[in-house]
Design a protein around this ligand. Structure first.
Ligand code: SF4
Length: 128
């Protein structure tokens, strides 16, 4: 049994593959691809597969598991921002550093640190 056996059941194997790998990425084509992905019986396997693809291949080619290039890039950006904000909060909780020093450590602007700090404090106030 090959680790690619699931591809035999892929919904995209039954229709024009250009819908998933259009160079132009027209919204019409990708919209149809995403609809087909939504009901694909091997979507979980496809998602697992895409997680192991070479980053460049994954980031530059078409729709995988119902997500376009933009969807995937947006997800990555969200993850990077969440990790940055979590790092800022950890440093704020530890104390002893001002916004400039935290910004240098996290490699962002002090304005970002202050924004995260404000949101964090507002969250603490809401939880109290
Ligand atoms: S979920 Fe993956 S395997 Fe299924 S149709 Fe979409 S791209 Fe193809």
């Amino acid at each position: 049994m090959s680790r690619y056996d699931w591809m035999e059941y892929a919904a995209c194997a039954q229709v024009d593959p250009g819908l998933w790998h259009s160079d132009t990425g027209t919204s019409t084509g990708y919209g149809l691809a995403k609809k087909i992905c939504a009901s694909c019986p091997v979507r979980p396997e496809c998602e697992t597969h895409t997680a192991h693809l070479d980053a460049d291949e994954y980031s530059t080619h078409g729709v995988w598991a119902g997500r376009t290039i933009k969807d995937r890039n947006d997800e990555r950006l969200t993850t990077v921002r969440q990790e940055r904000d979590e790092a800022i909060i950890r440093l704020l909780q530890r104390g002893g550093l001002d916004a400039e020093e935290i910004a240098v450590q996290v490699q962002c602007s002090s304005r970002t640190v202050l924004r995260v700090q404000k949101a964090y404090r507002a969250g603490l106030g809401a939880a109290a």
